[in-house]
Design a protein. Structure first.
Length: 109
């Protein structure tokens, strides 16, 4: 016997939002829903659990995707941009400079 999960149960089980579930279905990394008739769909619980298990194994594997890049060194650049002081209506001078923080990820290769 198969257990069918509706969207709220799938979201809760997978910890994902609907948009992410739809994206992963399109990418082929999440199971497609089963039509229940009319506009109703559901997912087979076993397929959802298998998908989650594959994702867990991939994230813990040293040789794949996100899990491998988490420990990678990151390069940072701090950039200062000068702005001209202009008095506002209440005669307050804005800060002479503001900083923008950029982060560049170094990918393992």
């Amino acid at each position: 016997m198969h257990t069918i999960l509706r969207l709220p149960d799938v979201k809760r089980s997978a910890g994902l939002l609907r948009s992410t579930i739809n994206l992963r279905i399109t990418q082929g990394t999440f199971p497609k829903p089963v039509s229940l008739g009319g506009r109703a769909v559901g997912w087979l619980e076993a397929e959802v659990q298998q998908s989650l298990q594959r994702r867990i194994e991939a994230s813990r594997s040293e040789s794949s995707g996100v899990g491998a890049t988490l420990g990678a060194p990151r390069n940072f650049e701090l950039k200062t941009i000068r702005t001209s002081p202009v008095l506002s209506s209440n005669n307050v001078v804005p800060p002479a400079s503001r900083c923008r923080f950029r982060q560049f990820f170094s990918l393992p290769g």
